[in-house]
Design a protein around this ligand. Sequence first.
Ligand SMILES: [Zn+2]
Length: 162
Amino acid sequence: MRNIQNVDEGERKGDKLVACTLNPVNSIFNDFEIECLKPLEKKISLAELGRKIMANQKPIDSNKKYTVQEYRERSQDVKTYALLRADGICELCDKPAPFIVGNGVPFLEVHHIFRLADDGPDLPKNVAALCPNCHREAHFGWKREKLKNSLYEKISLKNRYI
Ligand SMILES: [Zn+2]
């Protein structure tokens, strides 16, 4: 959300101030991924969630942008989709999640294969639910570029509903 204000005093008098909200795009060491576990408590099937995500797609030629709220909700659905699709198994190494969190959900982190900041689509085919080791390797491993392409291919083959 943008908020433009006029500066009424001081050396910058007459200037305009633009206040913006910045959202992190590449911070993997925060709680962002963990938040996506909560909606799994709701009972929804992979097929239902896939239909919901596709129904909420904006036409490509639309000039209408998502509101922050719409974006977050859709983004949350895409992450939930990846977690449901993974069903507790890391989508890279195919091993079970390393532990179970408090609500009984296997702990996996959702990774954007192609970063949203680099115009990666916010769609299930662009996210993978990974164990923490694989997630770190996807970001920092010396083979990360090769891994990115093979992960994208693997996820494309797994996507049954989208
Ligand atoms: Zn893994």
